[in-house]
Design a protein around this ligand. Sequence first.
Ligand code: FAD
Length: 317
Amino acid sequence: MKVTDHISQSTKTLISFEILPPLKGKGIQSLYTHLDPLMEFKPSFINVTYHRSEHIFKKRADGSFEKVVIRKRPGTESICASIMNKYNVDTVPHLICGGFGINETEDALINLNYLGIDNVLVLRGDAAKNESAFEPEPGGHKYAIDLLKQVTNLNAGLYLEEDLKNTSKTKFCIGVAGYPEKHFEAPNMDADLKHLKAKVDAGADYIITQMFFNNEKYFSFVSACREIGINVPIIPGLKPIYSKKQLTILPKTFHIDLPISLSEAVISCKSDEDVEKVGQEWLLEQSKELKKAGVPVLHYYTLGRPQLVANVVKELV
Ligand code: FAD
């Protein structure tokens, strides 16, 4: 079922989760162990992130270096199918431009369609580790909107091979990313919102936001979107804080601010267990306020701490 159908058919705030594929070498059971404590909350859908290949330099026996391509977390598409099969819950695979040519993208979409997956979250992806700025594959997509247009084409039965006749139409429900604190490359919020509106005008059905720790940022973002005519559901993305290290890692990685009262509370903790308590309490307060404001879905980035998220959701339902 489509994310937008879940939203339109419900009168209350829904719950969804986001997970990463396991590191290569770990079995699918590690993922089920992560998900098991969350399933009692009957999530409407589960997102599975996509991780592009990386180039690394491996030292040979003779001391020289060899450039090799590795993917640390493969399997997004098949994990989505496994989760649907095991838990009977809808899944949302993330699909990125980086590392993909348009033919591979089309094949990935065809595979998802065959697997009975109705949703995709289309993203540009970040620059590869060895690049200073995002570089598309030769002939690949530069922005998420270009990938989105490929999905809407397929939804209209338009494949890359133009001479295909009587084609089957896919019916993907398309999500895109939005940034309450601005995407770090955008020169200003207005420009970023203009690009977000272009994605919606091109066919995006809903937006999921980057994580934020101050609900006011989400509320202002939603108002700014509505003012410029973005009328699709805007799903807040939420993440728990659970270690002191995150005070520097999260702003550096995700280009977001942490409120002073949160950072001071974390700094004053004596152990990471204390930080978990602070993070859990903060996430619960954020969730309660968002729920009260009537957001369509509370989307939790569960990465690494499913139990902490479960403790919060338990208090909400
Ligand atoms: P875009 O919408 O293409 O925007 C990128 C930048 O270009 C923005 O600054 C935008 O303002 C600007 N821009 C857009 N269109 C134009 C234009 N026509 N001209 C000039 N500038 C333009 N990354 C992964 O690798 N895998 C994942 O699974 C993943 N999941 C994510 C989930 C969520 C909810 C979010 C918020 C992010 C996720 N990311 C993921 C990270 C994402 O790929 C990065 O934030 C990336 O840098 C931008 O992706 P985007 O889809 O927002 O890009």
